[in-house]
Design a protein around this ligand. Structure first.
Ligand code: ADP
Ligand code: MG
Length: 268
């Protein structure tokens, strides 16, 4: 998934903790093989139609729900647009109007149809997925679940800015987490926290600073995006909602959040 995963576990039995961490990382690698767009052989890069793994189904259902509720501000079918934008970040040249129009025409969450009863997926030809805004949050949830199952509920899994936390560390109220845009610490347990923002990944072109998050309406990276941190019961929600809130105007973002009880956002 193009990032480093970090795991913290509190417990008494170091050997058992090591085994639990190994199992958690194995689960992470399994998800990488399914959901990473960096791997040509990943499930999402080979997908055409039909039945998919339980993991891909779970992620697609949530991705499509958030795409619908955010009017496409968050959209995992933006693969062509994200790829074009990655190229622009690399070469420091904006894509042409024609290139952007073509990439946008090949994108759109309506290109994917989920048949809940048959549990199958139908996808328009030429669709390219990019789960970069949701896979890390889901992976953090799933790795934390492995640690919990193995008897280590006082654990944390961090995939860059996507973090899932279990029970509090011994003697503490929660895990102290400081998003990189603020000096304020959050104290959290049994939830997920995701930060989106351009403090780490951005590029300057023609004197403008652009984010690695793309605006589906322009096909360009976001300009002047301000950071946002989302706290939710699961990373599967926190991660994509943080990305969606980055794209949407504040009012629309607040409207989106009201549809997800138990989720809150912190922003400057
Ligand atoms: P990070 O990768 O830094 O955690 P995000 O969770 O916001 O940040 O995800 C950004 C990634 O998601 C991009 O690198 C790209 O792969 C993908 N992406 C970019 N724009 C969008 C968008 N509007 N909707 C869905 N995914 C996006
Ligand atoms: Mg995200």
């Amino acid at each position: 998934m193009g990032t480093l995963f970090r795991v913290v576990v509190h417990g008494d039995d170091a050997a058992a903790a090591q085994q639990a961490m190994d199992a958690a990382f194995a689960r992470g690698r399994e998800l990488d093989a399914r959901l990473s767009d960096y791997r040509p052989d990943s499930e999402i890069n080979r997908l055409t139609h039909g039945r998919v793994s339980d993991d891909l189904w779970t992620v697609l259902v949530m991705a499509q729900r958030i795409a619908r509720e955010s009017n496409g501000a968050f959209d995992v079918t933006l693969g062509p647009v994200v790829r074009l934008w990655r190229e622009a970040r690399r070469t420091r040249r904006l894509p042409s109007e024609a290139e952007r129009t073509r990439a946008r025409a090949q994108s759109g969450w309506q290109r994917v149809r989920l048949d809940e009863a048959a549990r199958t997926v139908a996808i328009d030809p030429g669709t390219r997925f990019d789960f970069g805004g949701i896979a890390k949050g889901y992976a953090a949830d799933e790795m934390l679940a492995v640690l919990r199952e193995r008897g280590f509920p006082r654990s944390l899994v961090a995939a860059g800015g996507d973090i899932a936390v279990g029970d509090a560390p011994p003697g503490q109220l929660g895990w102290r987490i400081k998003p990189d845009w603020t000096n304020e610490q959050l104290t959290l347990k049994n939830c997920a926290v995701s930060t989106s923002g351009d403090s780490e990944q951005w590029v300057e072109i023609g004197g403008e600073r652009y984010s690695h998050i793309v605006d589906p309406r322009t096909g360009l990276g976001l300009r002047n995006s301000s950071p946002v941190t989302v706290i939710a019961p699961r990373g599967l929600l926190a991660d994509p909602l943080a990305t969606a809130l980055s794209v949407l105007p504040r009012e629309e973002g607040a409207h989106l959040l009201r549809r997800f009880p138990g989720v809150r956002a912190v922003r400057p």
